[in-house]
Design a protein around this ligand. Structure first.
Ligand code: PLP
Length: 378
């Protein structure tokens, strides 16, 4: 979609990366680290200063106590943490459950591990996408080795509620499954919604690997500094896999992110406020153009039902997303790209598409101006 957007000059609300770099003082800290000699392999678990900063962040924000020596692992982005966790803990014959729609790397890591992918749908309801708790009971069983959670959720923008997290935690405890939770949007919530790590629920710290990253929090996605926290024996198993994925990386970025986690609260607040404003702008624009768009509680994304614009020539969101750059000069992504081919969720969400608002306000305004042609055509 990004290649198509570039070819057609479309406003690219498809791929979800920021078009503005993160705070200068954090970037300067990395420059200084290079000048000061942070240029050789850092330790496999990550530099002590960053592991201490991650543990301090989890304590300060969520009351989670961690030993930075054994319960924290620095990774090449959240992506490597997810892959290392799944490869370490699941294999052929095991089932790994994800929410559906799901982030692409979750499915890919399950396939790499040779495990079987099962899914728990998020269903569009009045007021947002909510977890299908009945499906949870049907899907999670004794063969379930891992449950991969993602909140705030990409692509739907759902911030899972307490009762949804409790239902997942119940199912995990019953099945004896480990929860791997992708929380890269932990700080990007709106409307006063609070993110709750599932590791803080009763009995969950001992069976949860919590994953996050500096990429989304500080608009530094290219630095690929992520981390996993959890019980020492699970982190140890991930370390054994990570040894041969990357061993280590990001030497000058690690000290910079250690400082960002300690001193970056004001920057996080500023980003959150600016994103909330851009979300409202995009949401209003999509609704004015005739979409049924769901107000996201977090992340970078708005999901919209394109049904009013579909036809026999353009029967679903995938066809709509392919046509939109020519039709209106805007790029988006079909939700079916985040579903298993042929699944009931893929069928239910076939008309849906995702737009990102992590673009400058001018780009969003251009996009919603252009989308007006849909309203007049429809
Ligand atoms: C962007 C994203 C990631 C990737 O994080 P990195 O730190 O860049 O590897 C992982 N999970 C979700 C849900 C994302 O949206």
């Amino acid at each position: 979609m990004t290649a198509l957007a570039q070819r057609t000059g479309a406003a690219n609300l498809g791929q979800g990366f920021p078009d503005e770099d993160g705070p200068e003082w954090i970037r300067e800290a990395a420059v200084r680290a290079i000048r000061d000699g942070a240029n050789q392999y850092p330790p496999g678990r990550g530099i002590p200063a960053l592991r201490a900063a991650i543990a301090a962040h989890q304590r300060r924000r969520y009351g989670i106590e961690l030993d930075p020596g054994t319960e924290v692992l620095v990774t090449a982005g959240a992506t490597e943490a997810i892959t290392a966790a799944v490869l370490a803990l699941a294999g052929p014959g095991d089932e790994v459950a994800t929410i559906e729609p799901f982030y692409d790397s979750h499915a890919a890591s399950i396939a790499l591990a040779g495990a079987t992918h099962t899914t728990i749908p998020l269903i569009p309801r009045e007021g947002g996408f909510r977890l299908d708790s009945a499906a949870l009971d049907a899907v999670i069983g004794e063969r379930t080795r891992l449950i991969i959670v993602n909140t705030p959720h990409n692509p739907t923008g759902t911030v899972l509620e307490a009762r949804e997290l409790e239902a997942i935690a119940d199912a995990a405890r019953r099945a004896g499954a480990v929860v791997v939770t992708d929380e890269v949007y932990e700080h990007l919530t709106f409307d006063g919604l609070a993110h709750t790590p599932i590791a803080t629920l009763p009995g969950m710290a001992e069976r949860t690997i919590t994953i996050s990253s500096a990429g989304k929090t500080f608009s530094l996605t290219g630095w690929k500094v992520g981390w996993a926290t959890g019980p020492a024996e699970l982190i140890e198993a991930m370390l054994a896999v990570k040894q041969f994925l990357t061993y280590s990386g990001g030497a000058p970025f690690q000290p910079a992110i250690a400082r960002a986690l300690a001193d970056g609260d004001a920057d996080i607040e500023a980003l959150r406020g600016s994103l909330a404003h851009r979300r409202d702008l995009l949401l209003d624009g999509l609704r004015a153009a005739g979409f049924d768009a769901v107000r996201p509680g977090g992340t970078y994304f708005v999901c919209a039902d394109a049904s009013p614009f579909l036809s026999t020539e353009m029967p679903d969101g995938a066809a709509f997303a392919r046509a939109l750059p020519e039709l209106a000069g805007v790029a988006c992504v079909p939700i079916s790209a985040f579903c298993r081919e042929g699944s009931p969720t893929a069928a239910a969400l076939a008309p849906w598409v995702r737009f990102t608002f992590v673009k400058d306000e001018a780009t969003i305004r251009t996009a919603i101006e252009r989308l007006r042609v849909l309203a007049s055509a429809g």
